[in-house]
Write a protein that binds this ligand. Structure first.
Ligand code: ZN
Length: 455
């Protein structure tokens, strides 16, 4: 307990609170948040006016929800600072016909549908701080283990490597004789420039002799440090695998019963975007999705519903700001101008996140139910002005009418929402629970396992 004259503990341990000039300055601040009118200055589209709203088409039969988690855990004596990384991606497949009874109630209870979903996992271990794996450095161990994991881990019978290889091809990274063009040797101290490496098995740099792997173009290893935390690298790799696993689920349907893509929906936690060194993958991901879109269009079926949901970050923060000012059910289409005006400052002459996103941002506000309803910033694949459907040519189409899956997509969001979690969607709640590695428990369990198996 603090003495009566002391500032309570929660504030007291922030030393800067004792700086009087600082406090005075804070007192001088004038606040000017957007007024309700400004915050909602752009046009929202009532759900009944969305493209496709007049006929929603056949009901969805199943939905895939995806989420991932990662943890970096210390191994053994903390003085030696040895760490390993673990990634767990969970894909939950929900049969929507069996949750219909539940869904007829206003909100579905996740615990009641848990047993109706089928879980699929992609898990992998990565060498982190001061840890090696059949290679002389942490850096090279990471590259080797990424390649091995890609070869060994599967999504519905297809290896991550097969999925990756197709993306490489779609990105025009495979040149003559199936070689991959690398702009620079991936070994840390080598400056050897452009070379053409084997695209299916390990190769060696002609200058330094280091092993080079077909997965090196992902360049995640550039974020790996031998003696520091590698959470940044784990995040980039986890993001990549998330995209590939969800795409793999869609691809498996495409290969077996492509017409089922019409009644299957795909939802991932996080944006349809890949950041950092592996950002180039956003373009072939988009390209692959457009193949499914074109098939559905050309066979007169309902459009593909493939979505990302912002749970954190600028769009999620913006959604919280405006949620009470929106009268649902409605959709806000974020144009470039809207985004730069209201969400994130940026260069207005350029399409938002052109080099990282394959999705276009929207926001869905549900009608009021219990509480204030759901407010969900979401993404669906971008449309471009040039080229055929799905081709990345020209600028992003801003006109809502081009996004023919919108009405169907928000009807699904409506059906999947739950009040058990704020802005919760059943498949994502289940995927999150399935994937999450609790930080503390993860440290204890994986740290101990690593010690035991090392004996
Ligand atoms: Zn080299």
């Amino acid at each position: 307990m603090p003495y009566p004259t002391q500032v309570p503990n929660s504030i007291g341990h922030v030393e800067s609170i004792k700086d009087e000039t600082l406090i005075e300055d804070i007192g001088e601040f004038k606040y000017n948040p957007p007024s309700p009118k400004e915050a909602n200055a752009f046009d929202s589209v009532p759900v009944r006016d969305l493209p496709g709203a007049e006929d929603l088409g056949p009901p969805f039969v199943s939905v895939y929800g995806l989420d991932g988690s990662r943890v970096e855990v210390p191994v053994g004596d903390p003085r030696f600072d040895k760490r390993i990384g673990v990634i767990d991606i969970a894909l939950v497949e929900l049969d929507l016909t069996t949750i219909d009874e539940q869904a007829r109630q206003a909100y579905v209870t996740p615990s009641k549908v848990r047993n109706l979903g089928e879980e699929h996992h992609v898990r992998m271990a990565l060498p982190s701080t001061n840890t090696r794996y059949n290679a002389p450095t942490v850096h090279e161990s990471w590259r080797l283990m990424t390649f091995q994991n890609f070869q060994q881990k599967e999504v519905f019978g297809q290896s991550l490597f097969d999925i990756y290889y197709d993306l490489l091809d779609r990105a025009n990274r495979l040149v003559t004789h199936g070689r991959i063009r690398l702009e620079q040797c991936p070994a840390q101290d080598c400056t050897y420039g452009q070379q053409f490496i084997n695209s299916t098995k390990p190769d060696t740099c002609p200058k330094c002799g280091a092993n080079i792997y077909p997965t090196d173009p992902l360049r995640v290893h550039e974020r790996v440090a031998g003696s520091q935390s590698n959470e940044a690298a784990l995040n980039v790799l986890m993001g990549l695998i998330e995209h590939m696993v969800l795409l793999g689920a869609a691809d498996s349907i495409w290969n077996k019963n492509p017409e089922q893509l019409e009644t299957t929906a795909f939802i991932k936690d996080g944006p349809l975007a890949q950041f950092d060194t592996a950002a180039w993958i956003h373009q072939p991901l988009h390209n692959k999705l457009s193949q499914f879109q074109r098939f559905l269009r050309d066979t007169n079926r309902e459009p593909l519903v493939y979505m990302g949901i912002h749970k954190t970050g600028d769009f999620a923060a913006y959604a919280q700001e405006v949620r009470d000012y929106l009268t649902g059910p409605t959709v806000l289409p974020f144009s470039n101008d809207d985004i730069y005006e209201h969400v994130i400052a940026g260069d207005r002459t350029k399409d938002y996140a052109k080099k990282t996103y394959y999705g276009k941002n929207f926001l869905y506000k549900s009608g009021k139910g219990n509480g204030t309803g759901h407010c969900l910033p979401f993404l669906i694949p971008r449309r471009y002005q040039g080229g055929r459907l799905g081709e990345k040519k020209g600028e992003i189409v801003q006109n809502v009418d081009a996004y023919t899956e919108l009405a169907r997509a928000v009807s699904l969001l409506e059906r999947l929402r739950t009040v058990q979690h704020k802005d919760g969607l059943i498949p994502l709640v289940l995927a999150h629970e399935a994937a999450s590695i609790p930080e503390e428990l993860g440290r204890r369990v994986f740290g101990r396992v690593a010690e035991e198996v090392a004996r």
